[in-house]
Design a protein around this ligand. Structure first.
Ligand SMILES: *Cc1c(COP(=O)(O)O)cnc(C)c1O
Length: 442
């Protein structure tokens, strides 16, 4: 396969992305994606696993990127630098360091806005993770505007983070939750979706990419149909913002959500994009410092969005790290990353399809680089544990998406998910591990 040759053949080439040549030369064509060079940016990929006295470790084949991404040196260094040299609390201080840190932190908000092609940095609310971003929408917009008799449309593809917050609010408000089904490939049933929309529907909250089947949903079409009825749309972009270019204006999202740690950034930071007119209708989320204009015991006034939703000291160091992660991903190019990951997905899919007894869960034509599967007669946990012994880290279980697993009639699956540093050889290592596990149980 040509891709394999290309990727492997580059193991020993040197590469410089920071050209020292004069800048008035015509732009060079984009360099081929050099995954071996990319790998050197990630310290953790150099380590071995299962090392013991007297036993050599195994190289790490990290295929659990849908759960969390590893961190490049650029992110680690930016966070370290922040703590060593540029750290103080933000927004309140008039002293030099506080202003410097505030500038750096607020610049990240602008970076996130560019990353999503949001109209401005005021559209960007910083949260602790994707889960909190969805809970924030439920607690503010939902608690204000949803009531008994209303309907909220979710899909069977959802992560629990986009189910349970709505159920918690439902218990309080008594609205109805409707669920868009998917077909055997994991594709959303758009006709059924259109049929669910009506005068009672107030919100559509649907994933932009499933963390189990990898299905990328037709966000622009979903939004268009909802907006036709004046219904707001929230997209859970936890699996898409990290793997492909996302343009919240092109898809016309009212809310768009992602999480920092899956974007090769730190834990403890997530993002809520909101349409300005909608954010301005929403009451505060949590109360405290930073979100107020003026406080007195007679009455308190709140700052405009996004600060109204950001009570207390924000994740400053994590923000700096997320900014560095965005820079890093953009330096490689999201389209180039998507292409690379797609070649890995294709290779792994083709190899697994050839193994008798493998059933792949999720075969939509438009997929993120996520490969869920079950193996006839072998429990996913046994498969995962044995693969781990070979150094291949995959996830097994329900992937926080129990309704979707029920839809496919499985209790659990194995899931390999690829990131920007994975190689064709690692896609092969996955298939070889599955073959070895089959052999073990024969
Ligand atoms: C990971 C994930 C989430 C939750 O992200 P957190 O960082 O745990 O809040 C939500 N939705 C999807 C689709 C995910 O993959």
């Amino acid at each position: 396969m040509p891709d394999a040759h290309r990727l492997r053949g580059q193991t020993h080439t040197t590469h410089s992305s920071h050209s020292s040549h004069s800048s008035h030369r015509p732009a060079l064509p984009p360099e081929p994606y050099d995954v071996e060079r990319v790998r050197t940016d990630f310290p953790i990929l150099q380590r071995l696993v299962h090392e013991r006295p007297g036993r050599l470790g195994k190289p790490l084949v990290y295929l659990d990127n849908a759960a969390s991404g590893q961190k490049p040196r650029a992110v680690i260094d930016a966070m370290t630098r922040c703590m060593e040299l540029e750290y103080a609390n933000v927004h309140r201080g008039i002293h030099y360091l506080s202003q410097q840190t505030t500038d750096a932190y607020e610049a990240v908000r602008g970076k996130i806005a560019c990353f999503l092609n949001a109209p401005s940095r005021e559209n960007i609310v910083i949260t602790r993770n994707a889960t909190e971003a969805i809970n924030l929408v439920a607690a503010t917009w939902g608690r204000t505007f949803l009531e008994a008799g209303d309907e909220v449309v979710l899909s069977v593809l959802e992560h629990h983070a986009n189910i349970v917050p709505w159920q918690l609010l439902q218990a309080e408000k008594g609205f109805t939750i409707k669920v868009v089904p998917c077909d055997e490939r994991g594709l959303l049933d758009l006709d059924a979706y259109a049929g669910l929309l009506g005068p009672k529907t107030k919100l559509v909250a649907i994933t932009h990419g499933s963390n189990v089947t990898g299905t990328v949903t037709p966000a622009a079409e979903i939004a268009r149909l909802a907006h036709h009825h004046g219904i707001l749309v929230l997209f859970d972009g936890s699996q898409t913002a990290v793997h492909m270019p996302v343009d919240v204006q092109a898809i016309d999202a009212d809310f768009y959500i992602f999480t920092g740690h899956k974007l090769y950034g730190p834990t403890g930071i997530g993002v809520l994009y909101g349409r300005k007119s909608v954010l301005h209708q929403m009451p505060p989320y949590q109360g405290g410092g930073d979100m107020i204009s003026a406080v007195s015991f007679e009455g308190t006034t709140y700052r405009p969005p996004p600060y109204r939703f950001e009570a207390g000291t924000p994740p400053i160091i994590e923000g700096i790290g997320l900014g560095a992660a965005i820079d890093y991903v953009e330096s490689l190019g999201r389209s180039a990353i998507a292409l690379h990951e797609h070649s890995l997905l294709e290779r792994a899919t083709r190899r697994l399809e050839q193994i008798e007894g493998v059933r792949i869960i999720g075969t939509a034509p438009d997929k993120a680089a996520i490969l869920s599967f079950v193996l006839d007669g072998i429990h996913p946990h046994d498969l995962g544990m044995l693969a781990d012994q070979m150094g291949v880290a995959i996830r097994v279980g329900r992937h926080c998406a129990e309704p979707l697993l029920a839809r496919f009639g499985v209790e659990a699956t194995a899931r390999a998910s690829f990131g920007l540093y994975n190689t064709i050889a690692e896609a092969d290592a996955l298939a070889d591990a599955v073959l070895a596990v089959k052999e073990f149980f024969r």
